[in-house]
Design a protein around this ligand. Sequence first.
Ligand SMILES: *Cc1c(COP(=O)(O)O)cnc(C)c1O
Length: 365
Amino acid sequence: MDRFPRVIVDLAALSNNLETIRRQAPGCPVMAVVKANAYGHGLVAAARALQDADALAVARIGEALTLREAGVSNEIVLLEGVFSSQELDLAAEHRLTLVVHNEQQLRWLEDYPRANRFVCWLKLDTGMHRLGFTRPASEDAMARIQGAASVRQPPGLMTHLASSELLDDPITASQLSVFTELGRDWPGPVSSANSAAIFLRPETRVGWLRPGLALYGVSPIKGQTGNDLGLQPAMRLQTRLISVKNVKAGDSVGYNSAWTAKSSTRIGIAAIGYGDGYLRSFGNGTPVIVAGQRVALAGRVSMDMIALDLGAQSEAGVGDEVLLWGDGLAVEELAQWAGTIPYELLCNVSARVATEYAAPPPVLA
Ligand SMILES: *Cc1c(COP(=O)(O)O)cnc(C)c1O
């Protein structure tokens, strides 16, 4: 049975992108970020495709346990650490690496009864003010994690950049200078590079890299696509036409008559909507590819359907393939149409959309 809409993931693209990232920073170990269902690409499948990474990284322990249940044996980093002492026990049992970003997490480690149990990264807040020990608290935290018997020594030192994709934001230089200063004599590994930093900030290519988005072939940098960076986009979101009809000048289409035909045309109805993760904020004119041709969204996105202005001469018919994003229609471009970032589009694809894993289709000339 053909299932529509569906996501088609090119797993070879993930491993190719990992190699492309390695070439950006030779010798740097890579923590492949697979949180949020591997940015919508399928947690377990993506993790397997990325098994050559030096470690995998997730946001929450549930994601790590899913990977362990699936038999993934790579090192797994919990980017936000644990949130209870029970989770700490689970982390020990499943050999999870911990990020330690607050006082409570430090105390659980100090109180843990067994020695040398956890590989850890201490997270410093160098200016983003989200997670991590702030500069005044960092000296104490650095001393304590180095003194905690349950922590395998030496732990790593990590920070996260607030604006690494923006070349003109001074916060990055400020964060990196704080991080360099605090980490000057640190005996363990360091890590500050997310996807954007890997491509834009050579000074971050000194320790572990933490790419997420770039692994999936997508650019975090506005105005550039993954292809521009030498990456291969891994996801195609596609569906098919379920109805085609003629409308005449003055006819409106969809909820609230948000689109009105200027002249007679053919309207295709495609089986995808905001209930599948195709955002309602996509408006009139958003590009969609039908049977290889770029056409435009017409009117409001419904829960299960969208309408497309196919043009008066269109020969497209029911069953024809509709590409929402993927090779030939960059998700980075789509994000601009919705006033968002490609991260949100990828993560937002709903569970009811079937995921298939395939080699990429031949590139159309
Ligand atoms: C999500 C995340 C990353 C990956 O960020 P990308 O911009 O997708 O490369 C890296 N580090 C941390 C701490 C994260 O939470």
